[in-house]
Design a protein around this ligand. Structure first.
Ligand code: IPE
Ligand code: IPE
Ligand code: MG
Length: 254
């Protein structure tokens, strides 16, 4: 199935940036009579598959929502298990990231993390910092409202310090103060597990993203599911507020 699906993807019209809300680990585990952490553990295999699939296609940016600001409110045992799993997986994956020229980035409030986790993360960021292939962005202890609050605060401070003139604030200014300032906006956002919401993820950046929802739970998500999402993405007409006729005319001119 995988082989035939990949041949249906137009390599000329791939998104540069895909963002994924990796959801459904807990339910996947419960359905198997297991502890929620068992689901998170199996979710790591899906991450490997999707990172590999994205890199193989030559896509430049992949953002994975791994842990939200609100996820800190889960039971302590789950939070600790998740952080330990994240740190452990990152440590184990660094050689593979380097082998595949993948650069790791993190967006989120890292001050919330325990020291050992932050240190491990910083080490992994450093060890992959010269890689020039896929940019793998982990959203960790991340939420859009945290990010936007931070951006507004920083802009205010820079106005006060005389570094920027409030009259000159425009959309580019805002972009520069986001945690994602180095990355283009995602064109495709995938959420697994049959939930149809954004859950505080990249609210500003997803303004014109195509949204793709699948019932597949994250631990079951593999490359072929990614291919299905890409084929669906390529069937859509992205109008950016214009009319369909304008878009067709622009296509003919190009
Ligand atoms: C996604 O799976 C992983 C994280 C949020 C860390 P969930 O843990 O949310 O699983 P469900 O949605 O409860 O099934
Ligand atoms: C969103 O999933 C966060 C991550 C996938 C890391 P949640 O499971 O936390 O979202 P809600 O609570 O269902 O909206
Ligand atoms: Mg969930």
């Amino acid at each position: 199935m995988q082989e035939t699906l990949i041949t249906q993807i137009n390599k000329e019209r791939l998104p540069k940036h895909i963002a994924v809300i990796m959801d459904g680990n807990g339910r996947w585990a419960k359905e198997k009579g297991q502890d929620r952490l068992y689901g998170h553990f199996h979710g790591v295999e899906s991450v490997r598959s999707i990172v590999e699939g994205t890199a193989e296609l030559g896509i430049s940016y992949l953002t994975l929502y791994a842990f939200s600001t609100e996820n800190w409110d889960r039971p302590v045992k789950e939070v600790e298990g998740l952080i330990a799993l994240l740190v452990d997986s990152i440590r184990k994956e660094v050689p593979t990231l380097n082998k595949n020229n993948i650069r790791l980035h993190v967006i989120g409030d890292l001050s919330m993390l325990p020291d050992f986790a932050r240190n491990e993360l910083n080490e992994a960021l450093e060890m992959t910092s010269t890689n020039t292939g896929l940019n793998l962005i982990l959203a960790l202890s991340y939420s859009s409202r945290w990010e936007l609050t931070n951006a507004v605060k920083q802009i205010g401070l820079d106005v006060k310090a005389g570094k920027i003139d409030p009259e000159n604030i425009n959309q580019d200014t805002i972009q520069q103060y986001l945690a994602t300032s180095e990355f283009p906006d995602p064109e495709l956002m995938i959420r697994t597990s049959g939930e149809y919401r954004i859950s505080n993820f990249l609210l500003y950046q997803l303004a014109y993203a195509e949204l793709y929802f699948t019932n597949t739970r994250w631990p079951d998500f593999r490359k072929e599911h990614l291919y299905e999402a890409l084929i669906d993405f390529q069937s859509r007409e992205r109008r950016f507020g214009k009319t369909g006729q304008q878009i067709q005319e622009e296509k003919q001119l190009a």
